[in-house]
Design a protein around this ligand. Structure first.
Ligand code: FE2
Length: 223
């Protein structure tokens, strides 16, 4: 089963194709803040100047069937996978439609505090564009270093986890390769991985569309 955690559009030269691709390969689809803006749920003022320029182009470029498709995506999704009650959310799980960022251990600690002990043991998020893992045990909230391009974490029953899968469209952790996460319910583990792609062509296509230059540059360096 494949889960998409939101923000398929607004960073790239092919928004319609991205929406179509997500729809084709994903069983669960969430909308992120960029889809929410296109759907009129949040104001453009929330975004940076670069994102505002990109949003203007994306809104003009998206066809009606893409709009219809993203309007069918969910804000969050909750289910049981193996022994893990699991939640998927683009941003914070405690307040998914306020689009709060969980940038580090401080925000993760607050997120654990805001959600009760009965809350799901496993939460998958994105939004910051950087892979990260936080866990809560009896001694408090801990951050698991995610500096390597691949990482496998054994999930321990009774602990709670927030897994940020990073970004497939615009990584910002210094590695240009798209990131993803795999939950293995038999091994009780989460694998964070990367894959290679033709970032140079993707970058050139962004420039060809007249989109902001820094969108084209940052995907080459993952910054
Ligand atoms: Fe986002």
């Amino acid at each position: 089963m494949t889960v998409f955690l939101g923000d398929a559009i607004d960073y790239c030269a092919f928004p319609n194709e991205c929406v179509e691709g997500v729809e084709e390969v994903s069983d669960i689809k969430l909308y992120g803040n960029h889809e929410a803006c296109v759907l009129g749920m949040i104001d453009e003022e929330y975004f940076t100047d670069t994102a505002k320029q990109s949003l203007k182009w994306t809104k003009k470029t998206l066809c009606s069937s893409s709009i219809k498709t993203i309007s069918s995506w969910e804000l969050t999704n909750k289910n049981l996978y193996g022994s893990w009650e699991t939640v998927f959310s683009h941003s914070s799980y405690s307040s998914p439609d306020s689009w709060e960022y969980i940038f580090g251990q401080k925000e993760a600690k607050k997120e654990f505090e805001k959600t009760s002990k009965e809350s799901p043991g496993l939460v998958f998020i994105g939004h910051t564009h950087s892979p990260a893992v936080y866990l809560l045990d009896s001694s408090g909230c801990h951050s698991v270093p995610c500096t390597k391009s691949q990482l496998e974490i054994d999930l321990k029953p009774g602990l709670r986890y927030i897994v940020n899968v990073g970004s497939s469209g615009q990584p910002r952790d210094g590695i240009y390769m798209p990131s993803y996460a795999v939950l293995d319910t038999e091994k009780n583990s989460v694998f964070l991985g990367r894959f290679d792609y033709d970032a140079e062509t993707a970058s050139k296509e962004i420039l060809n569309r007249g989109l902001p230059k820094n969108l084209a540059l940052r995907i080459l360096t993952g910054t």
